[in-house]
Design a protein around this ligand. Structure first.
Ligand SMILES: Cc1ncc(C[n+]2csc(CCOP(=O)(O)OP(=O)(O)O)c2C)c(N)n1
Length: 204
């Protein structure tokens, strides 16, 4: 077996699921005020398609910023639960944020990693997580003890429900297929920022 076709040990038993399906399941568990930060590309496209909310922030253009932005919101607004949705390629570009999350340890932060093993939106080049890098093991090693692979959809629901109770920080990694996102976010950064700030109650 080549390195490319194998998988990091922790991910072997995880079912390959669909990002939009899981995004909808996650959004269905939200009560009202949770902030959700969608990472560049498919993560925020499927968040957009799952129903727009003023508490959603759609990251355009920069890889690896969903988790740092979510961490900042979680620290600024400790009463609000904050969720970051990030692709494996983007997380791999910004691994240091995991150690920062662990060190600050906000109870109200949940990280969801969509691991399709590729940089899908730029042409499906393979990521290191397709071969050797186990993102859950990395997160645990960084100090986020509450990190797990979702075995299947029901397990994802259970992990999300547990994470939303606020005993975080938590990280849920899901292996996903390479189906394209179902919609495209409007590329209007100013509007996205203004709406999010109103959604967080920090802009009148
Ligand atoms: C710093 C930086 N490098 C490269 C790019 C180009 N780029 C945009 S999205 C992307 C791939 C993202 O991969 P991943 O996070 O795994 O999400 P997927 O496309 O697989 O859903 C790349 C390489 C960029 N926008 N920013």
């Amino acid at each position: 077996m080549t390195a490319k076709s194998s998988r990091a040990p922790g991910a072997h038993n995880a079912k390959v699921m669909n990002r939009f399906e899981l995004t909808r399941r996650l959004v269905a568990q939200l009560k009202r005020d949770e902030a959700v930060i969608g990472g560049i590309g498919n993560a925020n496209f499927d968040l957009w398609a799952s129903g727009q909310r003023p508490q959603n922030f759609y990251m355009l253009g920069s890889m690896g910023l969903a988790i740092p932005i979510a961490l900042g919101v979680a620290i600024a607004q400790p009463q609000r639960h904050v969720i970051a949705l990030e692709g494996d390629g983007s997380l791999l570009m910004q691994l240091g944020c995991l150690a920062t999350v662990a060190e600050r340890s906000p109870k109200n932060l949940t990280i969801v990693v969509w691991d399709n093993g590729i940089y899908q939106i730029t042409g499906s080049q393979p990521t290191a997580s397709a071969a050797v890098a186990d993102l859950v093991a990395i997160a645990r090693g960084a100090g986020i003890a509450n990190s797990a692979w979702a075995a299947d959809e029901a397990d994802f629901d259970r992990l999300a429900a547990s994470a939303l109770k606020g005993e975080g920080p938590s990280l849920i990694a899901a292996r996903i297929d390479s189906k394209p996102a179902v919609a495209t976010t409007d590329r209007d950064p100013v509007q996205i920022r203004e709406r999010f700030m109103r959604g967080l109650g920090v802009r009148g």
